[in-house]
Design a protein around this ligand. Sequence first.
Ligand code: HEM
Length: 117
Amino acid sequence: MSIYEKIGGAPAVDAAVDLFYRKVLGDDRISHFFDSVDMDAQIAKQKSFLTMVFGGPNSYTGKDMREAHKHMSLTEEHFNAVAENLVGTLQELGVAEEDINEIAGIAMSVKDDVLNK
Ligand code: HEM
């Protein structure tokens, strides 16, 4: 079973991404990156990206992770803050620990691209 199915499919991804960006926008380590971003569009893109990398239906048409983030000069601290908000979101939604670990691993797998390393 894919991690997408394990956590509960589209409704679970929808709930997670909505809560995740609420946390991100409330986190002053990283919220400024989103000041001029259309958050409805961002939320939609993130839902389709995570659906794809979690093994659900692939409808992602956005940029690859290196292209999307390379102009932002992101640091390890920024990445860790995002990862922390993602894990906190999944914990709050009651996702099983082993599933959270799998998702954290997926997030780590794009780290070098996001940080343009
Ligand atoms: C696991 C790590 C991450 C994933 C999976 C991820 C995913 C994405 C995706 C799918 C997009 C949309 C790309 C497009 O527009 O086509 C995006 C854009 C963006 N990401 Fe990330 N991201 C990650 C880390 C970060 C970090 C660490 C930051 C900053 C703290 C960040 C800030 C942004 C911003 C500001 C945009 C919007 C760009 C714009 O529309 O101008 N992301 N990200």
